[in-house]
Every structure is written in structure tokens, then in C-alpha cells.
Ligand binder design. Structure first.
Ligand code: AMP
Length: 535
């Protein structure tokens, strides 16, 4: 069964408080380096640096490569479209559009599921659409998800954070509630909608969006997460709520205390499902979903589509869910991020970090997010920088929830635009305007690397990700080279020296011998023996 994974803790790192949301252990490590450019010159002011770099051969080479990659992708997508046309008779086959969105599942070609071109086309009440008033049109995932979700279909969305997925499930969730409640919001009502999130910060972020979106129509949300007092959460539950957003650990606690009743939940959402399972929350997720109404509509969002997520979808969803993939199911880095990889010695990192900050942060208050692997490392680097006179905050598992929330808020507001973070902050958080990400320590997986650097280059802006790669990380050099190449970035020779071998991905449960199954594969049958007492 899913093992609880911890925020990376070195052997000497004393065990941290029992904090299930943070318990994300990992497998291996990795790092990288930048090639023939002096990286000091590449981070000064990201915007200026990008302009400078644009003039250099290396950058134009990288832009050339990007163009080639784009053309190659367009060609591949064209071929795929043609292939799908050939399979057009098969109702289960999918439709691909504009090379970015793929939709598969039963009846997906039905006219009633046509993608929405405008918010008005959705014909939703104006109070429900209030939350979209600042947006021009539905994002690709919203445009695809709403017709299916408003029609009650089970839905799998493969889309990264920042694609607008919160409202992609949030708006149909609110509509679901309004239809069921029929304008009656009784005191003490049980929730109808449940959103499960792997981390506290992501839960809070979702909750902020849903509270705001629900306000004009009277839909109340509550966020249930660990590391903070249960009193306010219990009192909110008692007054009556419509949407519960929660992390698995705290939610399970409150269910067991008998204060959170999910029996009326008919709209369930698993956000960042891959991350949730990666963190070992599978038993909690099963337990929690088991408390909800069996005739519920189920929505699952994931950045990738690994075996365990397929299995969960098979178990808790309709046999014919709709699956919408925005971008790729394979992990790919945001192409708006300039990735600079620098191979260096472990002990050189402190001085190098300070040098980069001197250039990127001191003069123009650029918002910089520094990722480390270990909690003790976060504290050490924070202390080191503070001693050097830097104003810095940090977010990691050894901090109380109050401290974490405060640090994030100071960073978001720009009051303290320099933050050290472990991977708790790597995924899911929508932090505007992070201009530079520095990977002081390479993460344990390439997936985490991609998610970390995805904190910059958001909303169509350019970003810079500067990564230290050491000898210790050489096992991930091959994967990193692939990520860099796919995004048309410079691959430094010093990184290539580690080799380009890529290990076959293993299933946590079945090792390297697991078999990929498709979501359409027949379900396994459960056999119940009449004399069995294990139900
Ligand atoms: P996500 O974390 O995937 O929900 O994405 C959240 C970000 O997407 C926020 O910055 C939102 O302001 C933005 N967003 C959501 N919907 C839209 C839309 N239709 N058009 C533009 N931006 C959007």
C-alpha cells in the first residue's frame, strides 16, 4: 500500500512533526550546469538578461531549436489527427484540436460537448460567472471541461496548475450545488462538493478561489487542513457548508471525530491526483471517497497520468469518463522559462547563490524563489543569507502552519520577495510574478524539477530558472538533458559528461515490471464470498 512519503530528510535530519501533507519522501537526486556561458552573466536582471541573451549565438541557437521543436510537434499533431480521422468510426476514439488539447471518451464528439468559445456560450447565470469577469474567455481546460461537467459526466483533466483548472471544476461544482439546493441553504447543511488537495497551501489557494466564486451565489466553502487548530474548522462545518476543500490527513481526522459528514457529497474532485498518490495518501483518499455518496460525479485533475492514477480513476469513476489532456501527459517544462544549468561542487553553492542574488535580487527587488531539498538545508541557507544581510523568508515542514502561511503571504505580496522553499511549494501554488527560480539543491525527481521551474514563466511571462547540479545528482543527468532539449534550451557539456542514460520508470508498487493499463481497460471483478467477514 502507499507508503507515506516524507519531505526529503537527510539521515542526520531529525524526524519532523507528524505532518502528513508534507510527508513526501523521494527516490533519487539530480543536478546540472550551464555550458559555455558564464552563468553569472545570465541572471542579473532576468528581463535584461533575456534581452542580452537574445543577442548571443547560444540563445538564437536555442530559439532556432525551439522553432524546430514547434514545427516537429505541429507535424506530429497533424499525423495524429490524420490517424484519428481514420479511427473516426470508433466512438471511443478521441478528437485532437489545435495541437494542444486532446479529448477522449464516450460521445465526446456530440455537439452538446463542443468547446466553449466564450463565457456567454455557457449560458450560466451571471452570479456564477462573476468569478470570470476579469478573464477574456474560458481557458482551454475550462472551455473543454465545462460542457462535460455541467452535463454530469465524470472527468479526467491532465492539465498543469496555472491552466485555470480550479475554475474548470469550481464553476461546474457551484452549478451542481445550486441545482441541488434549489435556493435553500439550510443551517447545518452537509457539504455536497468535496475537493481533495495534496498540500495545505494548494488547499488554501483552491479555497480562496472557491470562496470568492461562491460568494455572489451564496455557496459557502470551508478549507480543512492540518497544522492549525481544528476549532474554527469544526465550527464552520457545524454552521453548514456547501464545499469542503481539504488535505487528506486533516479530513480523515475530522471524519473520524464525527464532525465532517460526507454522505451527501455528489461532486468529488481530486486535485493533483498524481502528487497525492506520490505522497502516499492512497489509503486516505480511498477512505475519504468511500464516505461520499456512491452516485457521485467524479473529477480528477493530474499533471501526469501514472499507473496508480489510472487505477484510482478505474475504481472511483464511471467506466467511460471523459479525458481531456491539455499539453502533454508526459512531463514537459514550460517553454517560457529559460533554464540555466550549472554543474558545480557541493561546497561552492553558498557563494554561488549569493553571487546570483547579488545580480538578480539586490538592485531591482526581483521576486526570487530558492528551492532546497531538506528542511535543515532550508534553515541553514536561510540563516546563511540572513547573516549576509538578506531579507528572506522560508517555507518548509519544520515551520508551523502559521509561519508557512505568513511567509507565503509576505512573498506573494512582495514585502519579502526572496523565499527559500522545499518541495512543498514546488507544485500547485499560483504565485504571481516569480521572475527567478534558483534550484540550490536538485530535487529528487525530474518531475519535481519541472514543477519547481514552473513557478516562474507564468501567465505568458518569461522566467529564468537557474539550477545547481552536482556530482551527487548524476543519476538524473539523462532525464534533465531530455527536459532541456525538449524545451530548446542549452545543454551544458559539463552535464553531458554525466551521460544521457535514462532509467526506465518504475512503479512504486510493482517495480520495473508493471504493465501500463489504459483507462478503458476492463475493470477487475470483485468476488465476494458469502461467508467472508472481511467486508
Ligand atoms: P489554476 O491554478 O490552474 O486554477 O490557475 C489559476 C490561474 O489562472 C490564476 O492566476 C487565474 O487568475 C488564472 N485564470 C483562471 N481562469 C482564467 C481564464 N479564463 N483566463 C485567464 N486566466 C485565467
Amino acid at each position: 500500500m502507499g507508503r507515506k512519503l516524507k519531505e526529503a530528510t537527510p539521515p542526520s535530519d531529525p524526524e519532523i512533526p507528524n505532518d502528513p501533507e508534507l510527508n513526501s519522501e523521494k527516490k533519487k537526486k539530480k543536478k546540472k550546469k550551464n555550458k559555455n556561458k558564464d552563468p553569472e552573466n545570465t541572471i542579473h536582471s532576468p528581463k535584461r538578461k533575456i534581452e542580452e541573451l537574445e543577442k548571443t549565438e547560444e540563445f538564437s541557437d536555442s530559439k532556432e531549436r525551439k522553432k524546430k521543436n514547434k514545427k516537429k510537434k505541429e507535424k506530429e499533431n497533424k499525423n495524429e489527427d490524420e490517424g484519428l480521422e481514420e479511427n473516426g468510426k470508433n466512438e471511443q476514439s478521441g478528437i485532437h484540436e489545435d495541437g494542444h488539447v486532446a479529448v477522449t471518451g464516450k460521445d465526446v464528439k456530440d455537439a452538446k460537448y463542443a468547446p466553449l468559445k466564450s463565457f456567454a456560450e455557457s449560458k450560466l447565470p451571471s452570479d456564477v460567472l462573476q468569478c470570470c469577469r476579469n478573464f477574456e474567455s474560458p481557458s482551454p481546460i475550462q472551455s473543454r471541461a465545462w460542457p462535460f461537467l455541467l452535463d454530469g459526466r465524470d472527468f479526467i483533466g491532465i492539465a498543469a496548475t496555472g491552466s485555470g483548472k480550479t475554475l474548470a471544476f469550481g464553476v461546474p461544482g457551484i452549478m451542481h450545488i445550486l441545482k441541488k439546493r434549489k435556493g435553500t441553504f439550510s443551517k447545518g447543511r452537509n457539504p455536497l462538493c468535496l475537493v481533495l488537495s495534496p498540500t495545505r497551501e494548494l488547499a488554501q489557494q483552491i479555497s480562496d478561489v472557491l470562496c470568492e466564486a461562491g460568494k455572489p451565489c451564496g455557496v459557502i466553502s470551508v478549507c480543512l487542513y492540518g497544522g492549525t487548530s481544528k476549532v474554527a474548522q469544526i465550527s464552520a462545518l457545524k454552521s453548514g457548508v456547501d464545499i469542503v476543500i481539504g488535505t487528506p490527513g486533516r479530513l480523515k481526522d475530522l471524519i473520524e471525530m464525527g464532525v465532517c459528514c460526507l454522505k451527501d457529497v455528489t461532486f468529488g474532485v481530486l486535485d493533483e491526483a498524481d502528487r497525492m498518490l506520490d505522497m502516499g495518501f492512497e489509503p486516505e483518499v480511498r477512505h475519504i471517497l468511500g464516505q461520499t455518496c456512491s452516485a457521485r460525479q467524479m473529477v480528477m485533475f493530474s499533471a501526469t497520468w501514472p499507473l496508480l492514477v489510472h487505477q484510482l480513476a478505474q475504481e472511483f469513476m464511471d467506466p467511460n469518463p471523459v479525458k481531456v489532456v491539455v499539453g502533454s501527459e508526459d512531463l514537459a517544462a514550460n517553454h517560457d522559462v529559460m533554464q540555466i544549468v550549472e554543474v558545480l561542487d557541493d561546497r561552492a553553492r553558498d557563494a554561488r547563490l549569493v553571487a546570483l542574488l547579488e545580480k538578480s535580487h539586490k538592485s531591482d527587488q526581483t521576486r526570487v524563489l530558492v528551492f532546497v531539498l531538506y528542511k535543515v538545508e532550508a534553515t541553514r541557507v536561510e540563516n546563511m543569507l540572513q547573516k549576509g544581510g538578506w531579507k528572506v523568508v522560508s517555507i518548509h515542514g519544520n515551520k508551523s502552519q502559521h509561519e508557512r502561511t505568513k511567509a507565503l503571504s509576505l512573498f506573494k505580496k512582495g514585502t519579502c520577495p526572496l523565499m527559500i522553499a522545499t518541495d512543498v511549494a514546488a507544485r500547485g501554488l499560483d504565485i504571481p510574478d516569480v521572475e527567478v527560480v534558483i534550484n540550490y539543491s536538485f530535487p529528487l525527481t525530474t518531475e519535481d524539477y519541472v514543477h519547481r521551474i514552473g513557478r516562474t514563466g507564468r501567465a505568458g511571462k518569461n522566467g529564468v530558472a537557474h539550477t545547481f547540479f552536482t556530482q551527487q545528482n548524476k543519476g538524473l543527468a539523462g532525464e534533465l538533458v531530455n527536459v532541456l532539449r525538449e524545451a530548446g534550451q542549452i545543454v551544458p557539456d559539463s552535464l553531458l559528461k554525466f551521460g544521457t542514460h535514462v532509467k526506465k520508470k518504475e512503479s512504486k508498487l510493482y517495480g520495473a515490471h508493471f504493465k501500463e493499463i489504459s483507462v478503458d481497460a476492463p475493470k477487475s471483478k470483485k468476488i465476494t464470498f458469502n461467508d467472508s467477514d472481511d467486508e
